[in-house]
Design a protein around this ligand. Structure first.
Ligand SMILES: *[C@@H]1O[C@H](CO)[C@@H](O)[C@H](O)[C@H]1NC(C)=O
Ligand SMILES: *[C@@H]1O[C@H](CO)[C@@H](O)[C@H](O)[C@H]1NC(C)=O
Ligand SMILES: *[C@@H]1O[C@H](CO)[C@@H](O)[C@H](O)[C@H]1NC(C)=O
Length: 257
């Protein structure tokens, strides 16, 4: 009896230890998945949630002193009305421009999920035949202050630091925006060294879109957690293949050890 209780205690303790240390086991290791890089980028995807803007600008948030130490923030973009936030900066350790998008906070993700169910793939991605995308995610990036803010910051980062790689990241809805941003930089701005790594990203487009996307931004990794419900929404619509969401091919499922 006592032994069982003790064992339970040990299991709970080790679960906590695992999640804080982010010791994650990878089930399906794709050729370009770099776990070290993932542990760094997830820190950026998490820090963009910090609501104290001063802490972000000065890069002094509680977690800003660890794997992302020395990050030079160039632009912090906030869309107060829509509760969106993003930043652009240069990470000296990985020598890259890092762009991070915040997902919605608190209960608002439920609104987005409801929106995904009822307003599915409702707009065409410009210039890509048959490619349909989710309007909400598309316009959160394309039709807000985020896009011009991000693009001008990338421009000035390139002036200062040269043509270094660009890494775009985000969690949940922020991951959806990161994917649109990576595609935008590649298709519309001719950026050649763009990689996208998202965490728990929901689906954003149909099969035609996913196919275009993976040609334009092959260096994309979607890290998902098998217990995280967000990437599994919305469900596939088997009877309407045109209207079915497709994930990009390269998906890495991260399991808690
Ligand atoms: C993985 O990423 C880290 C951090 O950017 C880098 O130092 C390392 O060389 C990369 N590993 C491989 C195998 O590319
Ligand atoms: C962009 O935003 C404006 C104003 O909020 C709105 O009228 C317009 O329909 C939006 N366009 C798209 C494509 O979402
Ligand atoms: C992208 O940047 C990395 C790191 O600087 C470099 O090794 C690679 O060759 C670049 N790729 C392209 C296509 O420029």
């Amino acid at each position: 009896m006592e032994g069982r209780i003790l064992l339970k205690g040990v299991i709970i303790m080790s679960l906590i230890a695992c999640s804080t240390a982010r010791e994650l086991k990878v089930k399906d290791q794709g050729t370009i998945y770099n776990h070290t890089l993932a542990t760094i980028l997830v820190e950026y995807a998490a820090s963009v949630y910090v609501s104290d803007l001063t802490e972000l600008i000065t890069w002094t948030c509680p977690k800003c002193n660890d794997l992302t130490k020395g990050f030079q923030i160039l632009e912090l973009i906030v869309d107060v009305k829509r509760c969106l936030q993003a930043f652009v900066g240069v990470a000296p350790d990985i020598n890259a421009i890092v762009i991070a998008f915040r997902g919605t906070q608190g209960t608002s993700i439920q609104n987005w999920i409801a929106d995904l169910y009822w307003k599915q793939l409702d707009i065409e991605y410009p210039g890509m035949e048959d490619a349909m995308v989710h309007h909400g995610f598309y316009s959160a990036y394309h039709n807000t202050t985020l896009r011009p803010g991000v693009l001008s910051a990338v421009e000035s980062a390139k002036e200062q630091y040269g043509d270094i790689p660009i890494m775009v990241t985000g969690h949940s809805m922020g991951g959806a925006m990161a994917a649109f941003c990576g595609l935008d930089l590649t298709v519309n701005y001719g950026s050649r060294n763009v990689s996208v790594m998202t965490f728990g990203q929901p689906r954003i487009g149909n099969a035609a879109f996913a196919s275009y996307y993976s040609k334009w931004v092959p260096n994309t990794i979607r890290v998902t957690h098998e217990h995280d419900i967000v990437p599994h929404l919305p469900p596939y619509y088997y009877y309407f293949p045109q209207k079915t969401y497709h994930h990009f091919p390269r998906e890495v499922t991260v399991l808690q050890a």
